[in-house]
Write a protein that binds this ligand. Structure first.
Ligand code: IMP
Length: 429
């Protein structure tokens, strides 16, 4: 019966991959609803570290149906590469993966255009992953995008892909003064995509609804995080999709009332990749320590992540916007031995306390964090139950619960599945 949505509560990289992988053992269906190959969901199984960009994290659990919804933007080259990768791991995809007919495709020219856009922004660059995400969503909104279903009939493929290619080629040639890409090579490429994607193409939305109708356990896997939401985040330093709870509603056609539990994934501290406001950003010496301990390097781009203290104002806002029912607090072990240990408990602008996150660019630039100090703890990593957790770690978790009014359902103390505590039992029984 449960439909559980897993939502990043910060700026992405909260550790959603492990959480989804863990919950997958009880799920029948895992579905991705937004984002694209900008995401990097890391799963560790024993010695093996697997990074998934497009495939739902449930793909590693045998027997689960994995769906990629219309709200995702899919880079066919990255998808084919990822399919090959999981096949080498012995993962069987037979009848287990549906890529929705409506899902939009990221073309190589989207990535070229984005590289020019970022360069032209100069100091105001967003620091995107350069995976063509923004330009693809822009073409989708302009109703000139290419969808998976368009690949399946030759005449339609040539028409839709050719039209968008011509538009991009003109832009690259006339506006960005770049050598025009080769149309013939591009159209041949789309033929290869058609062959590779056709076995997986289908109506993922309908399959999801059939699962809902038959009371299956469904996991809705969010990508990125709440503060990167196109509408609600730190615009323009955001991604171009909806990592908030609206993501699965729009991007998979899930009726909001069908979602039984919203699990917010909250890293015990904050990170951000790319540019833009980050109120609790640490001094570089402390950030460097946390980055090392937490292996905080982008799993898609390898960029060092900016590190900051836990931001309880942002967490509380994420809880309100997403209707979060419970937290999965991740990477608590990274704060082992951290002294001093700070958490942001207030925002102020020009000395005036504000109770929600700013809604303007200027507000985000001016906001200053107000910190509370916590006593910290020595070692949590080796602990496997609530009773064993050091008092300082328990206090940290209680502070999160009290401040946000949201209970903690999962505590992650390491990359492996065994390094997890469920203080309130299983979410999916
Ligand atoms: P884009 O999604 O590639 O357009 O990048 C826009 C912003 O979102 C940049 O700051 C990226 O670093 C950030 N971003 C996109 N995907 C992720 C992610 O999966 N984790 C963390 N940050 C991300």
């Amino acid at each position: 019966m449960p439909v559980v949505a897993v939502i990043g509560a910060q700026w992405g990289d909260e550790g959603k991959g492990k959480i989804v992988d863990l919950l997958s053992s009880k799920a029948d269906v895992v579905a991705r609803s937004q984002g694209g190959a900008n995401a990097g969901h890391t799963i560790e199984r024993g010695e093996e570290k697997i990074i998934l960009h497009l495939l739902p994290s449930g793909i590693l659990t045998p027997g689960i149906l994995c769906l990629i919804g219309p709200g995702v933007v899919l880079d066919p080259e990255a998808f084919i590469k990822e399919l090959d990768h999981v096949k080498t791991l012995g993962v069987s995809l037979q009848g287990r993966l549906t890529l929705d007919f409506r899902t939009h495709l990221v073309l190589p020219t989207h990535k070229l255009i984005e590289a020019h856009q970022e360069k032209d922004r100069g100091e105001d660059m967003i620091g995107t992953t350069c995976r063509g995400i923004g330009p693809t969503y822009a073409d989708k909104a302009s109703r000139q995008g290419v969808r998976v279903g368009d690949l399946l009939q030759k005449s339609r493929r040539l028409k839709v892909c050719g039209d968008l290619f011509d538009h991009h080629a003109a832009l690259l040639k006339c506006f960005y003064k770049q050598v025009e890409p080769d149309r013939k090579v591009f159209l041949e490429m789309t033929e290869r995509w058609a062959e590779a994607l056709a076995p997986f193409a289908g109506d993922a939305v309908e399959q999801l609804h059939q699962a809902l109708d038959t009371n299956r356990n469904v996991l809705l896997e969010g990508a990125q995080g709440t503060l990167l939401d196109l509408d609600l985040g730190t615009y323009p330093y955001v991604t171009s999709s909806h990592p908030t709870i609206g993501g699965p509603v729009l991007g998979l056609g899930v009726p909001p009332r069908k979602i039984d539990f919203v699990l917010g994934v909250l890293k015990a501290y904050c990170t951000r990749v790319g540019c833009g406001p980050f109120p609790t950003e640490m001094d570089e010496v402390t950030a460097e320590e946390i980055r090392k301990r937490g292996a905080e390097f982008g799993s898609t781009t390898g960029r060092p992540r900016r590190c900051g203290w836990l931001d309880l104002i942002a967490a509380r806002q994420a809880a309100r916007w997403n209707g979060i029912d419970g937290w999965a607090v991740t990477k608590l072990d990274v704060l082992d031995g951290q002294k001093p240990l700070k958490a942001c408990i207030g925002y102020q602008i020009k000395g005036k306390v504000i109770t929600s996150v700013p809604a303007t660019h200027q507000g985000w630039e001016q906001v200053e964090p107000v910190y509370g100090e916590l006593k910290g703890w020595k070692d949590s990593y080796s602990k496997r139950s609530m009773e064993d957790l050091p008092q300082g770690a328990i206090e940290y978790l209680e502070t999160i619960e009290k401040f946000t009014h949201i209970p903690v359902y999962m505590i992650s103390l390491g990359a492996g599945q065994e390094a997890t505590i469920l203080p309130r039992g299983e979410i999916i029984k």
